[in-house]
Design a protein around this ligand. Structure first.
Ligand code: AMP
Length: 304
């Protein structure tokens, strides 16, 4: 019996369809993707709650209906009267996707603006999952409030799990991003970075350097994802382990690869799996997710 909270922003996704003049509407967001895969991977003795903010409008209602339909709790999604959810639009040209965003004034930017609500959301939870995107969208004072709330949560025995999910475009500049990401890692028990992003923005020479850097910032455990290459794991002071990534027959769409890996790993760990088996569970789930189109692929989840 346990409870996981996933903290972040979920947006409406508009994409073009084969039928001219018709758009498809769905919902997406890194922390939603992980909540979705956790819900589908764990049994009913685990509650998965989303922590965010939405508006009072019909579109926000649709998002909450969607979360509830997926078995994700919405008790701690705050309603803000003068806001609505962020939106993005996907254009497909010659097989390449490009994105147009309307998210600068989204309700989710206020998800940490009420410290009492944040404390209520975390109260009694076992695991808090969040990402660098969660942190990027907040004003500075709310970044501090969220880090402080998670630090208290960790101090009371909660497990904080963080995916840096580096998105420099959401930050004022790369230095600001790097500084906050390290502050976030310092309050997180487990960090789940992706090497390609880390090499680009922190200049790490190899996944071991990424793992050591996050450990030096205060993360107890670090799992470095690296596409089709080995997964590098650092646990406490017991050195580095490397685990192979199972080959994928056909990569169709890498959306949510990292988010689903995180959920597959975490669900297995919470089910009592050993480190190697939990890493394999994360990689196998991610491998099936990228073999199909879209971020939320329920069929990719295989419960024992
Ligand atoms: P990434 O964030 O790109 O490192 O990917 C996250 C996870 O998705 C990896 O750790 C792998 O488990 C899986 N993955 C991504 N790309 C591939 C690939 N080309 N082949 C197999 N697995 C992959």
């Amino acid at each position: 019996m346990g409870r996981i909270v996933s903290i972040g922003e979920c947006m409406g996704e508009l994409s073009e369809t084969d039928m001219p003049g018709t758009l498809n509407m769905s919902f997406a967001g890194d922390t939603l993707n992980t909540a979705f895969y956790l819900r589908h991977s764990l049994g009913p003795d685990w509650e998965i709650d989303y922590v965010s903010a939405v508006g009072n409008d019909g579109l926000s209602d649709r998002l909450l209906d969607f979360l509830i339909s997926q078995g994700i709790g919405t008790t701690h999604v705050r309603r803000l009267a003068d806001k609505t959810i962020g939106l993005y639009y996907i254009t497909l040209k010659d097989g390449e996707r490009s994105f147009t965003y309307w998210r600068n004034d989204s309700a989710a930017k206020r998800l940490a603006s009420d410290p009492a609500a944040l404390a209520r959301a975390l109260d009694g939870a076992d695991v808090a999952y969040w990402s660098g995107i969660t942190l990027a969208i907040l004003p500075n004072q709310d970044r501090l409030a969220l880090i402080e709330a998670l630090s208290h949560f960790a101090g009371r025995g909660g497990t904080v799990v963080f995916d840096p999910n580096l998105r420099p475009r959401l930050w004022d500049n790369p230095d600001t991003m790097r500084g906050w990401i390290h502050r976030a890692a310092a309050v997180s028990d487990l960090c789940l970075p992706s090497f390609e992003d880390e090499a680009t923005w922190f200049g790490d020479s190899d996944p071991a350097a990424t793992a050591r850097r996050y450990q030096a910032e205060g993360a107890r455990r670090v799992i470095v994802k690296n596409g089709a290459d080995d997964i590098t794991v650092a646990v406490n002071n017991s050195g580095l382990f490397k685990f192979p990534t199972p080959p994928v027959e056909r990569v169709v769409d890498t959306t949510a690869a990292g988010d689903s890996f995180n959920a597959g790993y975490l669900a297995a760990e919470l089910d009592g799996a050993a480190l190697a088996d939990a890493v394999a569970a994360g990689a196998e789930l991610a491998g099936r997710v990228i073999g199909a189109r879209g971020a939320l692929v329920a069929e990719a989840v295989r419960r024992p």
